[in-house]
Write a protein that binds this ligand. Structure first.
Ligand SMILES: NC(=O)c1ccc[n+]([C@@H]2O[C@H](COP(=O)([O-])OP(=O)(O)OC[C@H]3O[C@@H](n4cnc5c(N)ncnc54)[C@H](O)[C@@H]3O)[C@@H](O)[C@H]2O)c1
Length: 440
């Protein structure tokens, strides 16, 4: 059988894993590459044909299949052109940045009878495969956890598109979510999103998320995604079984290099893609679309959790007085908002007032960038709700974001959303000043 002539679109960070897999496989040969970035093309050792764009590469012909390895927002545009050219395509996850666009792409591949293959490389990870092989078939899985923790800046390098929610699709949920969700589906089959909480930075990029998925039979999966992880890289799975036992796989076991497991995973991706091409595979990216639906489901669940309770009626303001001023700020505080949108406060209680610009933090979200205003005594009891306005000495300081209970029952940290984290001394706070929490 002759080797498939493969063209690679995009010569960025991940392409080296494809190029190495192609070089090592007798079943394929690199026939062309394209990238508008001249420096990226120049860095290639291979003597293959080079083009500045995928259309020129397709027009030049001489290809049997194409790998699409470009920023997320370009997947659909490039794949559509490859499919129009009648060529099988292997595209990086996520298939698209919206479910609708992914479905349209799959329909066009179906109409043209062209294999459309999504590269979910983690399902080929040796540790994942070993875990699957070890699990006793007769004992059902009742729960699992998938952790996908890294610092995106360690990967993104000189390309800023990862940190542009429009281009990336959102952040860690849109970009790493598909790989993690695909692993859950590998072990549990079809799942739906039950809950999600997502922390975003000031640019609106989701940097941290916890997503709970469930099967119709009652098994649950917790997926933790972190793009701000400070301790290198952590990608693992834990599986709990109905007999009370559990087992786990560290996807990075034995790898000393950052993303080192990708060498063997992408070799397997290529082998599977080649088989799909040779077999004229008919399944048009159903796993890719399932992953997109779970990404959309996570965003939807998170939005739903932010809608204020419909039962709220009128209420009186909560009054207090400043008893101590604080004057420091931190950007790594790691506060965690309570799941509750409101808290009752009693006369005589003391609570700490903390400002943050992370105004999108959902219930149970993490808050790192904070300014400390000070402590206040409650002089008129009541209910403080997320969204209440905070007034001190006749000025509106911000709105209540939530409550962190790390010092409770001594006191709550009442998080107040402000334009930027502000300390008490910065806004001229004085002991004895009156404050109030008013319905927003
Ligand atoms: N599986 C994983 O672990 C994993 C990891 C990282 C990235 N990815 C996915 O792989 C894809 C590429 O990621 P990356 O980190 O290599 O990105 P990157 O930014 O390092 O590389 C993308 C390359 O595409 C080029 N490019 C842009 N537009 C192009 C076009 N129209 N035609 C040809 N080339 C074009 C850019 O110049 C760049 O060299 C993304 O979809 C990403 O989500 C997967």
């Amino acid at each position: 059988m002759t080797a498939l002539r493969v063209g690679v679109v995009g010569v960025g960070a991940i392409s080296r894993f494809y190029l190495a897999a192609i070089e090592r496989s007798p079943d394929v040969r690199l026939a062309a590459v394209c990238d508008p970035d001249e420096a990226a093309l120049a860095s290639l050792c291979s003597p293959t044909r080079r083009f500045a764009g995928h259309r020129a590469m397709l027009d030049a012909g001489g290809l049997d299949a194409v790998i699409v390895n470009v920023p997320n927002d370009l997947h659909v545009r490039v794949c559509t052109d490859v499919i129009e050219a009648g060529l099988p395509v292997c595209v990086e996850k996520p298939l698209a940045t919206t479910t609708a666009a992914g479905e349209r792409l799959a329909s066009s591949a179906h109409a043209r009878r062209v294999p459309l293959f999504v590269a979910f490389h983690r399902r080929y990870n040796e540790q994942v495969l070993a875990l699957r092989a070890r699990l006793p078939l007769a004992v059902p899985i009742t729960g699992m956890t998938v952790r996908y923790l890294e610092r995106i800046e360690d990967h993104a390098g000189r390309h800023a598109w990862y940190l542009d929610p429009e281009r990336c699709g959102g952040g860690c949920v849109a970009d790493n979510g598909p790989n993690a969700f695909d692993l859950v589906r590998l072990f549990l089959g079809d799942v739906t999103v039950e809950e999600a909480r997502i922390d975003r930075d000031a640019r609106g990029v989701d940097r941290y998320a916890r997503v709970t998925l469930g099967t119709a039979a009652g098994a649950t999966a917790n997926v933790e995604l972190d793009w701000s992880y400070r301790y290198g890289e952590c990608k693992d799975i834990e599986v709990k079984l109905a007999d009370g036992s559990s087992d786990r796989a560290d996807m990075l076991a034995g790898c000393t290099e950052f993303k080192g497991s990708l060498w063997h995973e992408y070799a397997a991706v290529m082998a599977d893609f080649i088989s799909a091409v040779r077999a004229g595979a008919r399944d048009q990216a159903s796993d890719g679309i399932a992953a997109l639906r779970l990404v959309a489901g996570a965003y939807h669940a998170e939005r739903r959790a932010r809608i204020p309770a419909q039962e709220d009626g009128t209420k009186r303001a909560v009054a207090g007085v400043v008893v101590k001023v604080l004057r420091h700020r931190r950007d790594d505080r790691g506060m965690r908002l309570e799941p509750y949108l409101s808290r009752c406060v009693r006369r005589g209680e003391l609570h700490e007032l903390v400002t943050t610009d992370q105004s999108d933090a959902p219930p149970e979200g993490r808050v790192d960038r904070v300014g400390f205003l000070g402590f206040a005594e409650i002089v008129s009891a009541g209910v403080i709700d997320r969204g209440d306005e905070v007034w001190i000495g006749g000025s509106r300081v911000g709105t209540v974001l939530g409550f962190d209970a790390c010092h409770f029952p001594n006191h709550y940290n009442v998080l107040i959303a402000t334009d930027r984290p502000r300390s008490g001394s910065e806004i001229g706070l004085q002991p004895g000043q009156a404050l109030s929490f008013r319905p927003g």
